[in-house]
Write a protein that binds this ligand. Structure first.
Ligand SMILES: Nc1ncnc2c1ncn2[C@@H]1O[C@H](COP(=O)(O)OP(=O)(O)OP(=O)(O)O)[C@@H](O)[C@H]1O
Ligand SMILES: [Mg+2]
Length: 355
């Protein structure tokens, strides 16, 4: 087990720079998730930690030692890929023990380690099967077993669940999380799925175009995103963003956007008056209230316990999730009140959060 330090890491392919100075401190035993849109550099960063890509500039340390020039084999890292990369002609047991065999570990010890890992992963009965005789989830477990037997100081995962169906993903997500917690092995996990990031991570690193947008716990990123990018990336459905201004001209503190007037209980601290801002409010932070603002339902999506609505409110498109079953039809008027304490304000020019 070990800490990992990324200090101002840069990656260029020829003249094309794709990682522009990324710094992240990962503590021993942490479960860190790198999340961001396709092409933002997640896999590249992970491959640099594994030693599969050169580091153009900056320093990478593992366990306090700089490893920029250490070959992958010497880093004591195990990586699990999206496609599992199992050997089809080897049994489950042989697949799991293969790296140990290559490393010259005695046969009896390989057997013991494979048995132990198989037990943890619920694969004991499947050791003599071939990968082609396994379900997707079982294959995923074998790929993890192969990583576990090596008893590495770091686990790296690159989208390990993306080939599984939605239900199995949820199961495996919990399995990986609890396995990591019991082994206590420092883990870096890459995904573009923010739900996976939220549910699995101790700490999330949100990346965008080769840069880090924000690092923090799942709830920190959800409650206090640094900017519009993080606010829109974390949370589902996506946060509502309404450009406008805050003014006290007239009756009292009010958010104005075209025909939409939202009276505010007080002037939000840190928000300059009469200046272009973006109001952000999550779909979950609205409720039905007879004194609310009228919105017209456009799309109604009941999920059983909740109702998700797309509405138009004074010319603005709004997504709302109500924690109730609702008999609403397209075109119906729904009076809605936002939770003022949950409103976020961003500077319209820089997109940084100001309140
Ligand atoms: N060998 C390469 N040569 C040139 N450019 C590359 C190479 N590998 C990756 N890139 C570029 O680097 C950027 C980051 O790629 P990377 O694979 O790290 O993205 P990612 O965040 O893992 O995306 P995804 O979610 O699609 O897997 C992309 O713009 C990609 O085109
Ligand atoms: Mg990738």
């Amino acid at each position: 087990m070990a800490s990992i330090g990324l200090d101002n890491i840069v990656k260029a392919y020829g003249s094309l720079e794709v990682i522009h100075g990324v710094s992240v401190d990962i503590e021993d035993g942490d479960f860190v998730v790198l999340v961001g849109p396709s092409g933002c550099g997640k896999s590249t960063l992970l491959r640099m930690i594994a030693g599969l890509e050169d580091i153009t500039a900056g320093t990478l340390s593992i366990g306090g030692t700089i490893v920029n020039n250490l070959p992958p084999k010497k880093r004591n890292i195990a990586m699990v890929f999206q496609n599992y990369a199992l050997y089809p002609h080897m049994t489950v047991g042989q697949n799991m023990g293969f790296s140990l065999k290559l490393g010259g570990v005695p046969k009896a010890e390989i057997g013991r380690k494979v048995q132990a890992a198989a037990e943890v992963l619920g694969l004991s009965a499947l050791l003599d099967r071939f990968p082609g005789q396994l379900s997707g989830g079982q294959r995923q477990r074998v790929a993890m077993g192969r990583a576990i037997v090596r008893d590495p100081q770091v686990f790296l995962f690159d989208e390990p669940l993306s080939n599984l169906d939605a239900k199995l993903r949820v199961v495996m997500r919990a399995e990986i999380k609890s396995l990591q917690a019991s082994l206590g092995t420092t883990t870096v996990y890459v995904t573009h799925d923010q739900v996976e990031a939220m549910t699995m991570a101790d700490k999330i690193v949100v990346m965008n175009e080769g840069r880090v947008e924000q690092i923090g716990s799942p709830l920190k990123l959800f409650n206090t995103p640094d900017n519009v990018f993080v606010a829109s990336f974390i949370g589902s459905p996506v946060m509502n963003f309404i450009p406008g201004i805050v003014t006290t001209a007239g009756t009292g503190p009010t958010f104005l956007s075209g025909d939409l007037r939202l009276p505010l209980p007080h002037l939000p601290h840190g928000v300059p008056k009469e200046t272009d801002v973006i109001l952000g409010i999550r779909p979950q932070y609205w409720r039905r209230d007879p004194t609310g603002f009228e919105a017209q339902a456009e799309v109604i999506e009941p999920t059983g316990s909740e109702t998700q609505l797309e509405l138009s409110m004074q010319g603005h498109r709004l997504t709302v999730v109500l924690h109730e079953q609702l008999e609403v039809r397209r075109g119906d008027k729904v009076p809605l009140l936002p939770d003022f304490d949950k409103m976020l304000f961003f500077d319209a020019a820089s997109h940084r959060r100001i309140a």
